[in-house]
Design a protein around this ligand. Structure first.
Ligand SMILES: [Zn+2]
Length: 376
């Protein structure tokens, strides 16, 4: 199957996290044809595929995920999100950009590479999970990484196919990501009648001062490769529904995306100190969703840049913004992890799409990277 055919077949599978729902069947039948060994390593309800070929030399790994986020209101889509319609040379569907096209490009680029090069001097792995987008409780790729490390297997180079690009494929790549820390805060007041405020404590009013303080803090200044740490409130809930009642408590969820200039423990301390200074009671629970990571070594990134220079006539900009990615699980192996994939303009949106020319370019860049590794 060519790259478009694979991408279309994958989009037609409704694989909402953490359910692969049959994508792996399509993928493994393609990979078996070109000689890959297929292994599954499943945890809870998450499926993970490790496909490998070759036994000697450094390990290069394509990393990705078959799951997608929900499609939202289907009638707002121009084309049904799981029909994989091509119109005006643009492929529409959930996962078209994040990241079924990248998986299709992993497979077809590898297939073309192995057609040309019978005995590569490195090993190729394709590591895919069915739960990149979903909840961490369902299990992540981290379990596999721990197992591999216990078995003394280490990935040397990892290309994450997440949609990193901005205007043209390959104009932006990532060599790291910020960390993510979520706070679940309950501000505890005292319920009462709105007409007798002296007898009540209003947690909604206190939330105002909390947001005011936390949103004005400069947490750090970031560094050459990372934007400064940011604080955002994502949810607030309070109130009994009645117009004349001061509610007892308020629940707030906030998130910090933090650069390596800060760390989770320090951020928690700073926030708890501010909360302790307030004249209210509170409870807080923390969930650290991700540690920041950064690829220090230049070898793999230089190799990728030389491919991008050939394809685009210019090197990519390095930007380590965006959400977290599964690259964070691989980095602790000492792996050089770089993210490079299609445009991220429509990811997670209604009418998610990829121009066919971008799909083919992604394949071309991945093929170039395989050739470049082999010639090094
Ligand atoms: Zn993704």
């Amino acid at each position: 199957m060519d790259v478009l055919e694979i991408a279309k077949n994958l989009i037609k599978v409704k694989s909402i996290s953490p359910n692969d729902n049959g994508c792996f069947h399509i993928i493994t039948s393609e990979l078996s044809k070109i000689g890959f060994d297929i292994n599954f390593d499943n945890y809870k309800n998450v499926e993970n595929l490790i496909a490998t070929i070759g036994e000697k030399g450094p390990i290069f790994c394509f990393l990705g995920h078959t799951d997608v986020v929900p499609e939202g209101p289907i009638d707002e889509w121009k084309h049904h999100p799981y029909d994989a319609v091509v119109e005006n040379d643009i492929l529409f569907g959930r996962g078209a950009a994040d990241m079924k096209s990248s998986i299709a490009a992993f497979i077809s680029a590898t297939s073309k590479f192995l057609d040309k090069v019978k005995n590569p001097n490195f090993q190729i792995w394709i590591l895919l999970t069915s739960n990149e987008e979903g909840e961490i409780d369902d299990g992540k790729i981290d379990k596999i990484i721990s197992r591999l490390m216990n078995e003394n297997k280490f990935i040397d180079y990892c290309l994450v196919g997440e949609a990193s690009s901005s205007e043209i494929v390959g104009d932006v790549i990532r060599r790291g990501r910020r960390g993510s820390l979520t706070g679940y805060l309950t501000v505890i007041g005292k319920q009462g009648h709105v007409a007798y405020p002296n007898k009540a404590i209003n947690p909604i009013h206190h939330s105002g001062e909390i947001i005011e303080k936390l949103s004005n803090i400069v947490w750090d200044k970031g560094n050459k490769f990372f934007e400064p740490t940011t604080f955002q409130v994502s949810n607030i809930n309070s109130g009994t529904g009645a117009t004349n009642v001061v509610p007892k408590d308020l629940n707030m969820i906030f998130n910090l995306r933090f650069s390596p200039e800060s760390n989770a423990a320090e951020l928690k301390n700073r926030i708890e100190k501010i909360l302790n200074d307030g004249e209210f009671k509170y409870e807080i629970e923390w969930v650290q969703n991700a540690e920041p990571y950064f690829t220090e070594k230049d070898q793999f990134i230089n190799l990728i840049q030389s491919v991008l220079e050939k394809v685009n006539g210019k090197k990519a900009i390095i930007n380590n913004g965006g959400g977290t990615s599964d690259g964070r699980w691989i980095a602790p192996m000492g792996t050089q992890v770089i993210e490079l994939g299609p445009l991220n303009k429509t990811i997670h949106q209604i009418d998610e799409q990829i121009p066919i020319s971008d799909l083919e370019k992604t394949e071309k860049i991945y093929l170039g990277i395989l050739e470049e590794i082999n010639s090094n």
